[in-house]
Structure formats: C-alpha cells, structure tokens
Design a protein around this ligand. Sequence first.
Ligand code: CP
Length: 359
Amino acid sequence: MKAKPTPKKEIKKTSWEEFYKKPLSKRLNYYSQKGRLFDCLFSQQFDRKLLDYFFTLATRIRTIAKNKEGLDWLQTLLSHKRAMLYFIQPSTRTFLSFQSACYILGMKVSEIRSTSTSSELKGESPEDTVRTFSSYTDLIVMRHFEEGFAEKTAWMLNKTNRPVPVINGGSGKDQHPTQALLDLYTLNWAFNDKGGIDNKKIAMVGDLKRGRTARSLTYLLSNYKNIEFIFVAPDYLKMGDDIKSYLKRHKTKFSESDNLNKSIKNVDAVYMTRIQDEYDINGESKDIDYSKFHLTEDSLKLIKKNTIIMHPLPRRAEIDPAIDDDPRAMYWRQERNGMWIRAALIAHIFEVDEAILVR
Ligand code: CP
C-alpha cells in the first residue's frame, strides 16, 4: 500500500462537505501515515500484501499469547496507551473482541455504549463528543448508525493537534472493515491446504443490500484471483449497485439468484447473513419470506463435503443451531479470530508489529 498523507495545509482549507464529495480513492491517502494505516475506515484501504501481513501478524500474536510469559510480554507493548470504545449501536462480539484485543496489548479501555449516558443527551454534538475522546485517549474505536461518521471523525481529528487514530467498528449500512478482516482471516485459515483463497466460489446469502459485513467482505475478496460470487437474496435485499460496479471494474465475476438450494451446490463457502430490519423505514422486511434464505440440516446434504459455512453473527433463524457441530461451520471460529486480527490491527497502528514479528 502506498501511503502519502494529503498535506495538512490543503486539507485545512477544505470543508468536510467538499472533502466527502471526492471519490474515495482520492480520500484514502488522508488516513495513512508513514506507509501504514493510521485510521481504519474502509475495506478499500487493504491490498493483498497488507492482508497477508495482517494474517501473519495475527497468527504470531495468537501463538505468543498461548502462554503466560508470552501474554505478559504482549501486555507490556501498549501499556502506556488508552483506547475509547464508542459503540452507540448494539454490539456483542465487535465490542468484546476489540476490548480483548486492547487487553492483550496492555491498553486501558474506556467505553460509552449509548448516547443516553454521554453528554449528547444534554445536546452536545456528535462532533464535539468524539473530539472530547481524543483529549483522554490514544485510540477511538467506534460503531455508529450514521454512514460516514467514522470517516468524519477521523478527518476532523486529523486536522487537530491531537490526531488519534479512528477504527470503524461498523458504520450504518455501509461498511464493517474489521469484520471483513476477520472473515478473510478465517477463509485464509480454512483454505490453507486447498490452494488459499484464489479461485474460490462464494455464495453470499440474505440481506445483502443492508448487510455491511457482506459489502465489506466483497471488497476485500476482490483482491484475490479468479474469485466468483453468487449473491443470493430476496429481490428487495439484493446486493447494491455500487458493489456490483466495483466488481465489474475489478473484473471479478458475480451472478445473482433468489434460489438458495441451487446456489450452494458447488460453492467453496456459504456466507449467511441476518435480515437487517433495524434499517426498515416502514416495516418493509415483514413482507419478505426470509425462510427461503435459511440454512437447515437438509441444506448440508446439498453442499460439498468441504464447503465452509460462515456467518458474521448474531444470527436469528438463518442457520439452524443443529449445524453448529458440523466441522464445516466456521462462525464460532470467526468470532474468536476477530480478537486476534483486531489485536494485529492495533499493533500495526501503534507500530509494535515489528517487535511482535521478530520475537
Ligand atoms: N458481527 C458483529 O458485528 O457482531 P456484533 O454486532 O455482535 O458486534
């Protein structure tokens, strides 16, 4: 990844509205410094080389943390740093895995999980709220319902005298880049003895229109050779045109279907997703028969013996819990992988990655 921060002088003269209108490709450099990520906001910040490096680093952290001596050493690396976890949309695993990743590296953690417990309730703007975090902490990890707000936070803080890094832990319906990282890390592990991720066929199933995990993972997978997607969704919840245009530009094959059973027969991975009805405007999800997009024990008879089953979780009924013990089910591994890859990301941002790799 070539990183050349946009000169501050130029950015200082630009309003957020002007900056945000630029194509993403022209904004990305602003979020890297000294040839490494400073803010992690988008899947499009990663190329294959960087992804491979993160997999190596995450696995190294996992290995070192296996015993007390190793974990004690890791916890010295960032014991002088503090992190703010600002999660005002619900979260279980992203929150906990970031918290655990911070603990692995010795960071102290503060949290706000609802605007009802911050001064936003007294009328403080979201912009002032996040600027306040930078007065007390060295890293902000945030989940926000508004698309673009994580980027706005990073853009704004990068212009101040205390530009702390911002990690996007989920921004509205748009992106969830660290989920995509852990999904890809899991795919890389699962396909390790099957030629890696290249040449794989992947079915993405469910609410692809509003599922930020599927969107972010699609971006990351387009870094690999000869990937083929089947997007399986009800008509109303089809994958967005922005992603489909991106795939066309990157010459990545995809097809669309609303037939789950036909679509999963010859794929290497099935990526299931929940209906994202929290984004309904008028309860429109109620009219959709989502049961056609559920994986049942019978579905296991249709897939290949080595097809892996993934889900970012949380699930509702889209994967029968009877499938959980099948060796092809990867979703519990995925959520634990989130802790390791997020620790790798934080280690990279704070430049303790080399020390980890040479230990
Ligand atoms: N996958 C995911 O983002 O889970 P949480 O909503 O529990 O964080």
